[in-house]
Ligand binder design. Structure first.
Ligand code: G3P
Length: 219
């Protein structure tokens, strides 16, 4: 399973890139706005830090302008994935760009029917938003299971990129269901490391060592 960071915060991306666990980055207009920097400069910088796919989202909603934006964004770096919304225009653009070998991430997916359309349009990634479904009292993970079944049934290459991930359980459940990617805010990646018994076990090991009076140094 691949881990993407869902953020446009450069310092956070640099920090977690050093862990060797970050396979890509996703952004959206909200995240770029929150970061406050120039859109294009931010995307180029991220693409230079992380060699894997970096999603940059179009702002136009009509197909003609969206396609122009998508081609422009794709030209910024080899690892850019163009992100388009799951609309009639977005899927038209997805098909056109995918046919030309440009990776497309179709975002704002909330149903299996939408995910089926994105796969037929040649999307490299489909982004179902699990957290926002959970917020409505629906099951985000049921959607992931359904998309997995459909994509496997027809051997679609489109990767299931679980988005709107809010906690480590979302990541674990997505992994159990065979999702290809989870994109998560940095704080969720940090959560994945944590278990109180790990902290306690390490403290106990070191206290036992210290009780010998020897220095904590091997090399
Ligand atoms: O990847 C999509 C994500 O940025 C949306 O997350 O928490 O705003 O639903 P959230």
């Amino acid at each position: 399973m691949k881990f993407f960071l869902d953020t446009a915060e450069i310092d956070q991306i640099r920090h977690y890139a050093a862990s060797g666990l970050v396979d890509g980055v996703t952004t959206n207009p909200s995240l770029i706005a929150k970061n406050g920097g120039d859109f294009i400069a931010t995307i180029k910088e991220i693409a230079g830090i992380i060699p894997g796919p970096v999603s940059a989202e179009c702002l136009a909603t009509d197909a003609e302008t969206m396609e122009k934006e998508g081609r422009y964004l794709a030209g910024l770096a080899e690892n850019i994935t163009v992100k388009v919304p799951l609309t009639v225009d977005g899927l038209r653009v997805c098909k056109a760009l995918s046919d030309d070998g440009i990776m497309v991430n179709v975002t704002l997916c909330f149903s299996a029917a939408q995910a089926l359309l994105a796969a037929k349009a040649g999307a490299a990634f489909i982004s179902p938003f699990v957290g926002r479904l959970d917020d409505l009292g629906e099951s985000g993970m049921s959607l992931i299971a359904s998309i997995r079944t459909i994509y496997d049934q027809y051997a679609f290459d489109t990767e299931i990129l679980v988005a709107s991930v809010r906690n480590s359980l979302h990541v674990v459940e997505a992994a159990e269901l065979g999702a290809d990617v989870a994109t998560m805010p940095p704080k969720v990646l940090a959560q994945l490391y944590k278990h109180p018994l790990t902290d306690k076990g390490l403290a106990d090991f070191l206290a036992d060592w210290d009780s010998t009076g020897k220095a904590r140094s091997i090399v």
